[in-house]
Design a protein around this ligand. Structure first.
Ligand SMILES: Nc1nc2c(ncn2[C@@H]2O[C@H](COP(=O)(O)OP(=O)(O)OP(=O)(O)O)[C@@H](O)[C@H]2O)c(=O)[nH]1
Ligand SMILES: [Mg+2]
Length: 434
């Protein structure tokens, strides 16, 4: 993955994709209670919350001076992009909200293939499922729809789309494959490169299947198996069970939870997050996005802040809405869940945050490190699991020749060393001849 990772929001119309995008970013994509509100994809930057390197007490000179005080580097952590609050860093990540998908989309139903083409460059998918059961498979208003059906058909649409594209060319592809004596990885990568698939992705797909027959002898069933596995490898998917604020959600959530792996599922209420963020902007509540607690003016006065934290008084209607939201969402689930959706997506994608620094002694800028008070850990890049030091170097430094790379303690690390959380993830790149 040489470019920045991209996560796409998919789902049927009216499941809440645009609302989820808005809840994770500062954009205001159009939201509507009718299908196909979104036609052209919306791109926006969301923030992935990760533990920042600045808070590792194991780093040189970073032991907190007393148990109540933060580690010294934490107080100087100033990201170029995003933010770092008390050691939790928000790292920008690109999100894509696309048009709704309906059963039969691969054959052109709804917005069909146009929509599917928008997905080509996604590295992971967030399937936004309307778990309230108040919209049918086409996104039209109803009651009592079983949303577990959406999970199966949506994936199937993606498989049929990839399969359709592949089958159109299968005859020619097979002849060429035999004529030039290519490997299955080479031939398939040529086909799947349009989805941004690397040779590694194709090799992983084929390894999983351990097929015995050569590519030219694959029957339709085998080709379908290959495509199914390719979709799993290329588009790891998180299920965002949205609209948990709705009274009908519980039974649907239980059904899905029984059928799916726990690590793929996140419960959320995108509309609650959007609402709370709006109240913060309007000066009615104190709320840190993604957290469990919301404080109103009255709460803060009670807690001993005589001016109520400078918050405005809400009318009765607004107060009731906030109380309901606390009861139905925050206290029951611990948060609106939207940040967790992104965290899970980063997990299924296997993203590793790496902190490139100029000076490995101070973690600051320039050869001198910028002095005692200078900002540290200005940069953070998200790379895929299994990336090497050399991969990260090229991502950050481009074609500039590499002299050497250092990690904490001034230790040199080889180009082929793998990066991981807490291992080779603070790096200083030196350009020139070794
Ligand atoms: N109760 C509830 N309603 C929600 C939630 N999220 C979204 N909605 C509502 O669901 C409807 C559809 O939301 P959108 O975000 O436009 O859905 P979409 O998936 O982008 O729809 P298309 O663009 O048409 O594909 C709107 O009326 C939203 O207010 C939620 O968490 N809870
Ligand atoms: Mg939309």
């Amino acid at each position: 993955m040489p470019r920045d990772p991209l996560i796409a929001l998919v789902g049927k119309p009216s499941s809440g994709k645009s609302t989820t995008l808005n809840s994770l970013t500062d954009t205001t994509a159009k939201v509507g209670n009718f299908p196909f509100t979104t036609i052209d994809p919306n791109r926006a930057i969301g923030y992935l919350h990760i533990p920042c390197a600045c808070s590792r007490p194991t780093l040189p000179n970073n032991t907190p001076p007393s148990p109540d005080l933060p580690p010294p580097l934490q107080t100087r952590c100033k990201p170029n992009h995003g933010a770092c609050q008390k050691g939790i860093r928000s790292v920008p990540i690109e999100l894509l909200d696309v048009a709704g998908l309906v059963p039969g989309a691969h054959a052109g139903k709804g917005l069909g293939n146009k929509f599917l083409d928008d997905l080509r460059h996604a590295d992971a998918l967030i399937h936004v499922v309307d778990v309230s059961g108040t919209t049918d498979a086409e996104g039209k208003a109803t009651r009592g729809y079983d949303p577990s059906a959406d999970i199966a058909w949506l994936r199937d649409e993606i498989v049929r789309w990839v399969l359709g594209n592949l089958m159109q060319k299968w005859g020619g592809l097979k002849r060429r494959h035999t004529a030039i004596k290519a490997t299955a990885v080479e031939t398939l990568q040529g086909q799947f490169s349009g989805y941004g698939a690397t040779a590694a992705v194709v090799a992983k797909t084929l390894d999983k299947l351990a097929l015995k027959q050569p590519l030219q002898e694959w029957d339709d069933e085998t080709i379908e198996k290959v495509v199914n596995t390719f979709v799993d490898v290329k588009f790891p998917t998180v299920l965002a069970l949205n609209k948990i604020d709705h009274a009908d959600a519980d039974k649907n959530v239980s059904k899905i939870a029984r059928a799916e792996a726990a690590e793929r599922i996140v419960l959320c209420s995108a509309i609650s997050e959007v609402f709370l963020r709006r109240l913060v902007k309007q000066g009615f509540v104190r709320y840190v996005p993604g957290e469990e607690y919301v404080d109103t003016r009255e709460d803060l006065i009670e807690a001993g802040e005589p001016d109520g934290g400078g918050l405005k008084e809400m009318d009765e209607k607004l107060k009731t809405r906030v109380e309901n939201l606390k009861d139905m969402v925050l206290y029951r689930f611990g948060s609106t869940g939207v940040n967790l959706v992104l965290t899970r997506a980063a997990e299924v994608l296997g993203l590793v945050p790496v902190f490139p620094v100029c000076n490995i002694g101070t973690f600051g800028r320039g050869e001198a490190g910028g002095g005692e008070r200078a900002p540290v850990f200005r940069d953070c890049v998200l790379v895929s699991k299994g990336s090497t030091v050399g991969d990260v170097y090229r991502r950050v430094m481009g074609d500039a020749p590499m002299a050497f790379v250092e990690t904490v303690g001034g230790l040199r690390v080889g180009e082929d060393e793998v990066v991981g959380v807490g291992r080779n993830d603070i790096l200083s790149f030196k350009v020139g001849r070794a």
